[in-house]
Design a binder for this molecule. Structure first.
Ligand SMILES: NC(=O)N[C@@H](CC(=O)O)C(=O)O
Ligand SMILES: [Zn+2]
Ligand SMILES: [Zn+2]
Length: 443
């Protein structure tokens, strides 16, 4: 690695690194060795030069919530295809959710997923460990063994299911303290959402679809904040979708509870109205909510109540989406479009600056996941994980994400701003001019 030529990224917008104006990034041996106006002077002879004029440099994006589907549903996604899509979206690290077949509830499945990620070579894959055996909500999984594995699991979640038994949740919160882990809760009371199909509202009544009330999410969040406070542990809330949830998390933080939260791109942009198409491409868990909820999650992300944007990339094969609403699977893909949706919903309206985007999509998720070595952003000495984005580019309506194995995107036909032009992972150019480059073809 160290005898590879330097990579000099020239004239990038470095505002996300806290430096106004343009400057250079020098990459050597998988690390950033210099950042700023005089970085070029340190480049060795023979350096490869990447002209980044007009591009914004962001630290490689870190996703806290990705469904890679392998093992078990390789027809929907594999570690290879999902992480390739991640690289195309500017990501250099993803947390792979545990709801696979088999479930990631032992160190050996953790190792398998981690190894597949290494072999694929697109991003760092950090397996999430299940909280309970088989995601069944009854007995705690071997969390300690997963934490001690090579993959050093720190995030534990039964995502797809809620840890609804308060005693089990309490024990999980107590257990993860031993290794500085965090329980990431899919907050959804199963009894209040039995058979639910969309947000509960006047519209769900009109459409004749069983409603999913906001209180089913909020009641679990309130309970878990109180439990986290009681046992003094770390709690993370997955895919926050309601105004009431944002209020509860704001309250929890004000009480000094160590609670963090994420919002998905789709909950920042889309509303329940899309259910009236009866097209299950818009069917997702938690459901798309109202315009007031969208406004509240945007405000929560802007004021720091919500800490991170996480994709909840949830690939499903065509047959699970090309059907009537009731029969459709919950979930939508999102790795390739996440940054564009954040630009559209947060940057363009002036709610977040580029430095904030770096915070909510890279450094803070890295810290929540306790990713070793990451979380420092674009600073000298940090791993050379970089995304270079053209904020002026528009993804033409009709151009769909291409690099996932599944195509269940809700954004087809929408023109979105911003384009990831280059991704660099540990100094390797994983995406060049918008196209992922397989490892064997990299220079
Ligand atoms: N978000 C979804 O609608 N679906 C996810 C599960 C989840 O995140 O709850 C999936 O695994 O498909
Ligand atoms: Zn979930
Ligand atoms: Zn999920």
């Amino acid at each position: 690695m160290t005898d590879a030529p330097d990579l000099l990224i020239r004239a990038a917008d470095l505002s996300a690194a806290g430096r106004p104006g343009r400057g250079d990034l020098l990459v050597r041996g998988g690390r950033l060795v210099a950042v700023g106006a005089d970085a070029a002077e340190e480049a060795r002879a023979g350096a490869e030069v990447l002209d980044a004029d007009g591009l914004v440099a962001l630290p490689g994006l870190v996703d806290l919530h990705t469904h890679l589907r392998e093992p078990g549903r390789e027809d929907a996604e594999t570690v290879f295809t999902g992480t390739r899509a991640a690289a195309a979206g500017g990501y250099t690290c993803v947390h792979a959710m545990a709801n696979t077949t088999p479930v990631v509830d032992t160190a050996s499945v953790v190792d398998q997923v981690w190894e597949l990620g290494r072999e694929a070579g697109w991003v760092d894959v950090r397996p999430v460990g299940a909280v309970t055996e088989g995601l069944e909500g009854r007995h705690l999984s071997a969390m300690g063994a997963m934490a001690r594995s090579r993959a050093r699991v720190r995030v534990f979640s039964d995502d797809g299911r809620c840890v609804s038994d308060p005693v089990v949740m309490r024990r999980a919160l107590e257990y993860v303290k031993a290794f500085d882990g965090v329980v990431a809760q899919h907050a959804q009371d199963p009894l209040l959402t039995d058979g639910a199909q969309m947000n509960e509202s006047a519209l769900s009544g009109e459409l004749g679809l069983a409603g999913w009330p906001a209180v089913a999410e909020e009641a679990v969040i309130a309970r878990d904040i109180l439990l986290a406070k009681h046992v003094g542990s770390r709690l993370h809330i997955c895919h926050v979708s309601t105004a009431g949830s944002v209020d509860l998390i704001r309250w929890g933080k004000a009480q000094g509870v160590d609670v963090t939260a994420e919002v998905t791109p789709h909950h920042l942009l889309l509303t329940e109205d899309l259910a009236s198409t009866y097209d299950p491409i818009y069917k997702v868990n938690p459901p798309l909510r109202t315009a007031e909820d969208v406004e509240a999650v945007r405000a929560g992300l802007a004021d720091g109540t919500i800490d991170a944007v996480a994709t909840d990339h949830a690939p499903h094969p065509l047959e699970d989406k090309d059907c009537e609403w009731q029969a459709g699977a919950f979930g939508m893909i999102g790795l390739e479009t996440a940054l564009s949706v954040v630009i559209r919903t947060m940057v363009e309206p002036g709610l977040l600056a580029w430095a904030d985007v770096a915070r909510v999509m890279s450094t803070t998720p890295a810290r929540i996941g306790r990713v070793e070595g990451l979380g420092r952003g674009l600073t000298a000495g940090a791993p050379a994980d970089v995304a270079l984005v053209d904020p002026a580019a528009r993804t033409p309506a009709g151009e769909a994400p291409r690099w996932s194995r599944s195509s269940n995107t809700p954004y087809e036909g929408m023109e979105l701003p911003g384009r990831v032009w280059h991704t660099i992972h540990r100094g390797e150019r994983t995406v060049v001019e918008g196209a992922p480059v397989p490892r064997e073809e990299r220079r």
